[in-house]
Design a protein. Structure first.
Length: 345
């Protein structure tokens, strides 16, 4: 398939700018691949699609307030610094994106609140820089957590508000390191998780720290030429054991989010067993693709021509996905991070 196969018109008014007041009241479109049927439900109905012994896999990455605003020395020009990842903890080196990039050169110092200062030491891309925080203590991350702003996706055209710090975070977020939320997980509440456990569902966790690459457009028509950004992931041993036991028992593996799917599919043995692992993945899934581990998928509605909609199409079949997306637009589903979701059976 080619990039243009994933092009469709998404009305701007269907891009959710804010979340619903109650996470679990989002609309949920249920796609049954065997019956080729589509139903409109709400997210809190999801417990009815699980059976005892099934496994729900959640990405427990935690978003940190990666967007900082500072001022350049001498000129006082305001500079936005978007933290991508820590490169060297000891030397306080970070990979960042700056805006406006033309004003930020090697050797410049940028001043932030709480007397935090950074020096630009390298150019990585047109907007990318490597910075070193000039700070004596080891509490850089503590300062970032206080002065940073929630890194809302670029398609949400508003400033972050205080409520976003909680709203743009799953209720099970644990391991800090993402600059974007695993948005399919935003619909879960503690009550739904408890209801699933009471039903005998095994809930397990893995970590994939989502980077800005999740929003990077695909710029090649031939999808085999596209390269994903590498992202750190970890699959704990207890997660691998639970998944493998369920597979052997004929139970279903339900992945919450495209990131969980990519993580699982990055660590499969030749005999289709999940192995515990830790490292970096640039796994790109697009049609056609044979899924080794995942039986069902929970995912939000994605941007046209995005790698996320391509993975969805690989799982649900391209024609069925197109049909579902047309229905979602017609039925006024809310799209993207703060939007509604689909369950693909």
């Amino acid at each position: 398939m080619k990039l243009s196969d994933f092009k469709f018109n998404l009305p701007k008014e269907q891009i959710a700018e804010f979340p619903l007041e109650k996470r679990d009241e989002a609309k949920m479109m249920v796609l049954n691949r065997e019956k080729h049927s589509i139903e409109n439900k709400i997210f809190k109905d999801i417990t009815g699609y699980f059976k005892s012994g099934d496994v729900l896999v959640l990405n427990d990455t935690k978003v940190f307030p990666a967007r900082l605003y500072g001022y350049k020395e001498k000129t006082d020009a305001q500079i936005e610094v978007f933290l991508l990842r820590e490169l060297d903890h000891k030397n306080k080196l970070w990979d960042v994106v700056v805006d406006p990039a033309r004003k930020v050169r090697i050797g410049n110092k940028i001043y932030f609140p709480e007397n935090l200062v950074a020096e630009v030491i390298d150019n990585t891309t047109s907007r990318g820089r490597t910075i070193r925080f000039l700070h004596e203590g080891d509490d850089i991350f503590d300062i970032i957590m206080r002065i940073g702003h929630t890194p809302l996706p670029p398609y949400i055209k508003r400033e972050a508000v205080a409520a976003d710090k909680e709203d743009y975070q799953t209720v099970f977020a644990k391991n800090v390191g993402a600059v974007a939320a695993p948005t399919a997980g935003l619909h879960f509440t503690p009550e739904i998780l408890e209801a699933l456990k009471a039903k005998g569902v095994h809930i397990v966790y893995l970590t994939l720290h989502i980077g800005l690459g999740t929003f990077r457009p695909v710029e090649v028509e031939d999808l085999t030429k596209h390269r994903m950004d590498s992202e750190y992931y970890k699959i704990p041993e207890e997660t691998a054991i639970a998944v493998n036991k369920a597979v052997e028992a004929g139970k279903k593996i339900v992945a919450c989010g495209t990131t969980a799917v990519r993580c699982l599919e990055s660590s499969v043995t030749a005999d289709k067993k999940l192995k515990p692992s830790e490292g970096w993945t640039d796994k790109f899934i697009f049609p056609p693709y044979e899924f080794k581990i995942v039986d069902h998928l929970i995912t939000n509605f994605h941007m046209p021509e995005s790698t996320l909609v391509m993975l969805t199409a690989a799982f649900a079949e391209p024609e069925f996905t197109t049909k579902a997306y047309k229905k979602a637009i017609k039925d006024n589903y809310r799209f993207l991070s703060y939007g509604d979701c689909m369950l693909i059976l």
